[in-house]
Design a protein around this ligand. Structure first.
Ligand code: FMN
Length: 361
């Protein structure tokens, strides 16, 4: 039997992936010491290095960008040094790794904001959403609207974070434009009621994501820049009145900038794929680069998607938590281990580096 396409190498810009299985970004809240990746992070990611590409967890671009406890950053030299241990460990095992760079915007709480100030957002509209601080899920805080003259600073923070990620040895970065965080808050009209150049029309609402992507691509190269979007996901209490028109515009704009990949959460993040009518095939056709599909895939649907050309690469999220050898399990057709929800967020090695590989006995 020929080797299924899912397990064949793929050329992503200048880097060669061993297969077409991607580890989706997974927040694990273990960067307790100064928001530097935990001592266990290198082992955790190295255990998963047989993925064709790892996209490391959402990592804030500044102190203001933080929304949850103990999520890592990439804006200080100590954080860069911490991440260098992770990238070295993954590369030593022949893996490839990007970093997802993140501003949470209104999905934050004063408890994790510098000086306890209000989180920032396109408009002063509080999300109906929770964040994780002090070991518990709590309501997000009331945000304040960013001033127009603060926006260049946000773009600069992403650019600086991307440069730091390359210094830390990452093969590239993924701009987090999904799941109800800052860049998506600007895009979707349920969170953006601005009346300046960043609000109102689709063109204006899309502007920040496109400017951030262009700035990152200019800094580190479009070939090392990816973008993640979630057009219809209600994650973190976000809504939009016309997502197809919005994302047709965004993806056409991204195509002109030319990031190496577009990573699309198809449906409700971690939930139903058919949450709202949406033509993901249109986005695929609008974007000339690599299309990574995510959300609810299994071995069968993943292989179908790459064989049919619907996607180039398939990202798996929660299955990578309890299955460090997910690629080998997919290839062998053996069952997946189930994750323990109790140890998802925070803590140490338990539920993080102690999931075993499949035991044939
Ligand atoms: C524990 C956990 C943490 C997550 N953290 C992130 C994150 O940091 N960034 C992100 O874009 N998505 C995050 N997600 C969403 C996943 O990347 C993925 O989109 C989702 O799990 C759906 O894929 P799946 O059906 O293969 O699990 C997270 C999901 C889980 C379960």
């Amino acid at each position: 039997m020929p080797n299924p396409l899912l397990f064949q190498p793929y050329q992503l810009g200048e880097i060669t992936l061993a297969n077409r299985v991607v580890m989706a970004p997974l927040t694990r809240n273990r960067a307790a010491g100064g928001l530097v990746p935990s001592p266990y992070a290198a082992e955790y990611y190295a255990q998963r290095a047989s993925a064709g590409l790892i996209i490391a967890e959402a990592t804030q671009v500044s102190a203001q960008a933080q929304g949850y406890q103990d999520t890592p950053g990439i804006y200080t030299d100590d954080q860069v040094a911490g991440w260098r241990k992770v990238t070295d460990a993954v590369h030593a095992k022949g893996g490839r790794i990007f970093l997802q760079i993140w501003h949470t915007g209104r999905i934050s709480n004063v408890a994790v904001q510098p000086d306890g100030l209000a989180p920032v957002a396109p408009s002063a509209i509080r999300a109906v959403a929770k964040t994780f601080v002090g070991g518990a899920f709590v309501d997000v805080s009331e945000p304040r609207a960013l001033e127009l003259d603060e926006i260049p600073g946000i773009i600069a923070d992403f650019r600086h974070a991307a440069a730091n990620a390359i210094r830390a040895g990452f093969d590239g970065v993924e701009v987090h434009g999904a799941n109800g965080y800052l860049l998506e808050q600007f895009g979707k009209d349920g969170a953006n009621q601005r009346q300046d150049a960043y609000g109102g029309t689709i063109e204006n609402r899309a502007r920040l994501l496109l400017e951030v992507t262009a700035a990152v691509a200019e800094k580190i190269g479009a070939g090392r820049t990816g973008v993640r979007i979630s057009p219809v996901s209600p994650a973190n209490g976000i809504t939009d009145s016309d997502p197809q028109a919005l994302y047709d515009h965004i993806v056409a704009g991204l195509d002109r900038i030319g990031p190496v990949y577009l990573h699309v959460i198809e449906g409700a993040t971690g939930g139903p794929r058919d949450v709202a009518p949406f033509d993901f095939g249109r986005l695929r056709r609008l974007f000339a680069g690599t299309y990574i599909a995510n959300n609810g895939y299994d071995g069968v649907t993943a292989e179908q998607a790459v064989e049919s050309g619907a996607a180039d690469l398939i990202a798996f999220g929660h299955d990578f938590v309890a299955n460090p050898d997910l690629v080998e399990r997919l290839q062998a057709g053996v069952p997946f281990a189930q994750l323990n929800r109790e140890t998802l967020y925070g803590g140490g090695a338990e539920g993080y580096t102690d999931y075993p590989v499949y035991d044939r006995a």
